[in-house]
Design a protein. Structure first.
Length: 453
């Protein structure tokens, strides 16, 4: 689709993005929704819709919804600078859509009223206040669902409003039961009813959310058949290719996880070529690469893992990591270190030992730590421990493993080195052994790990 648009003035007098003969490059599949507008040939996407019809209420609704918190990016993960930009924008969009609601359909008016409840302030307020607004939004969506429960978009939005109140905490993974206070079972009922509706298996919304609902449950396999319908449904949306692999890895289908994540990364590269790295979607993009790498590691596919790690690293140069709001280094720098995990997985000991530390170790702090870890493992495996002295991570992990295996004589030989390493460690290290899942009974970091049973 192509369009020739002029600059439109928003309600606050600011200019909307100008679009001139721009072809929409992305294939988002066949699913769509008819909305109230005076300009039928709307460009896909809310910003473009405003350029065609500056009085399109649902376009402003879409902007407010897209800019706010979501299941993967809840309010408590917004820094103050990000809130200072996001809250005025969501508030303005919510107020504008409300002012244009008179000619909207009843379901549109319901959604507009709900989004207005969600974004009540343009001032930076506490996370608890923002969460309270999200709870009010959930209540508003509940009413809309009662009236329009056969509308798949309403099904999706209502389930999302409930699930996003306890993101990634729908189930207690220790007990397998729904988390206290979460709307887990209510979300399950809404989605499972919705998935029986006509065309539900062609709508990415309920398919996507049902995977999130199921993945931390005791029975993630129950969503596998649903996940199959999401694969390739939205061709140029990398995240929808990737989502079914959340289940693939849980059931050990690494071949399928590799295949779908390859499709995800190819879609992401198309988006990256247009938009570049300086957006929050970079986290999703790198997560898709990361998932492909770990699926390949589980499957023993060294070449795929290494090549994907190389492709991923090339898209996160230092200038991207130095972005301050959001602080992209906090979110993205750890992905640079993934290459080291691949090298450890496939026993590339000589290459690891030869690896130099980053010049900017403050920026690349996670990578620096992982290089030390990888070198420690490499020196230990190649029986060259003395060449990497005082490596507390490698020594303590090796020592504790020996103790747990009952190889006490070998452990005693390491005790002097472990004591020195612990004495000079610049951080508290309570465990560096994979087999330790509970450090609550470790009395003191300076005590030898043999005391931690």
């Amino acid at each position: 689709m192509s369009c020739n648009c002029t600059t439109i003035m928003l309600s606050d007098g600011k200019a909307s993005p100008s679009v001139e003969s721009v072809e929409y490059l992305f294939d988002l599949g066949a699913f769509g929704r008819k909305i109230t507008t005076s300009s039928p040939p709307l460009k896909s996407g809310s910003i473009g819709a405003i350029a065609y019809d500056p009085k399109c209420a649902m376009a402003y609704w879409g902007i407010a919804y897209a800019l706010g918190a979501n299941y993967n990016h809840p309010w408590d993960l917004f820094d103050e600078g990000n809130l200072a930009v996001t809250l005025p924008a969501t508030y303005q969009a919510a107020q504008t859509t409300k002012s244009l609601a008179a000619f909207a359909t009843p379901v549109e008016q319901g959604l507009i009223n709900a989004i207005s409840v969600r974004f009540l302030t343009k001032q930076v307020v506490s996370v608890s206040e923002l969460v309270a607004h999200s709870r009010e939004y959930k209540c508003a969506m509940e009413g809309i669902y009662r009236d329009f429960g056969d509308d798949l978009d309403v099904v999706t939005l209502y389930a999302d409003s409930m699930m996003s109140l306890t993101p990634w905490r729908l189930y207690d993974v220790a007990t397998g039961q729904p988390t206290k206070g979460a709307f887990t079972l209510e979300s399950k009922d809404v989605l499972e009813r919705g998935l029986q509706l006509e065309d539900a298996l062609k709508h990415p919304g309920p398919l996507h959310l049902y995977i999130h609902l199921s993945e931390m449950s005791p029975n993630p396999e129950r969503a596998l058949s649903v996940a199959e319908h999401l694969r390739d449904l939205v061709p140029d949306a990398g995240h929808t290719h990737h989502m079914p692999t959340h289940l693939d890895v849980l059931v050990g289908d690494y071949r399928r996880a590799i295949s779908s994540n390859i499709h995800a990364t190819l879609a992401d590269e198309k988006y990256f070529a247009v938009e570049g790295p300086n957006s929050f979607y970079s986290l999703y993009r790198l997560h898709n690469h990361h998932s492909l790498i770990y699926s390949a590691m589980h499957a023993g596919k060294k070449q795929i893992a290494l090549e994907t790690a190389d492709r991923m690293e090339r898209t996160i140069p230092a200038e991207v990591l130095r972005s301050k709001s959001p602080n992209l280094a906090d979110w993205l720098e750890g992905f640079v270190a993934v290459h080291l995990h691949v090298m450890v997985r496939f026993g590339m000991w000589c290459e690891i030992i030869a690896m130099a530390l980053p010049k900017d170790q403050e920026l690349y702090c996670v990578t620096t730590a992982i290089i030390h870890y990888a070198k420690g493992v490499a020196y230990a495996i190649t029986n060259r421990v003395t060449e990497h002295p005082n490596n507390v991570w490698a020594l303590q992990g090796y020592y504790e493993c020996l103790v747990r295996l009952g190889r006490d004589d070998e452990a005693k030989l390491l005790e002097p080195q472990v004591k020195v390493a612990l004495a000079v460690a610049d951080v508290l290290v309570k465990s560096s052994c994979f087999c330790r899942l509970n450090i609550s009974d470790c009395p003191d970091v300076r005590v030898l790990p043999s005391y931690c049973k």
